[in-house]
Design a protein. Structure first.
Length: 123
């Protein structure tokens, strides 16, 4: 797992932004199997943001870019993305992609992501 990051913190941050949560063992596995993972903490050490990528070193999919509601609009997401994209696993990936909420498109475009054709699908 990422140093100093607990499964409970990850679950709580997901809940704070309205995303589905999971059991601690599933959270630990998800975090452990991340290709890259970065976090942001406030001056008191509270987890205020997280971004991670999953993949196989050729494909890297950016997931879980989230910032605590009281810290949004403070540039935390941009800092997280900058750090995540600088990770050597991501820099070496042949294909880096993500799914964006409409309100985050401008952020991701500032890092060179472009909207491509296709449809987001899930099961």
């Amino acid at each position: 797992m990422h140093p100093a990051l607990t499964a409970d913190e990850y679950i709580a941050l997901r809940a704070s932004v309205g995303w589905p949560t999971m059991t601690p063992d599933v959270a630990e596995t998800a975090l452990d199997q991340s290709l890259a993972l970065v976090t942001a903490r406030d001056d008191e050490g509270r987890l205020i943001g997280l971004a991670r990528a999953v993949g196989d070193t050729f494909y890297a999919i950016v997931v879980d870019v989230m910032v605590a509601p009281d810290e949004q609009e403070n540039g935390v997401a941009a800092e997280l993305m900058e750090s995540l994209l600088a990770d050597t696993h991501i820099e070496r990936a042949g294909h880096v992609a993500l799914f964006s909420a409409p309100e985050a498109i401008e952020l991701y475009e500032s890092f060179g992501f472009t909207a491509e054709g296709g449809t987001y699908m899930q099961r």
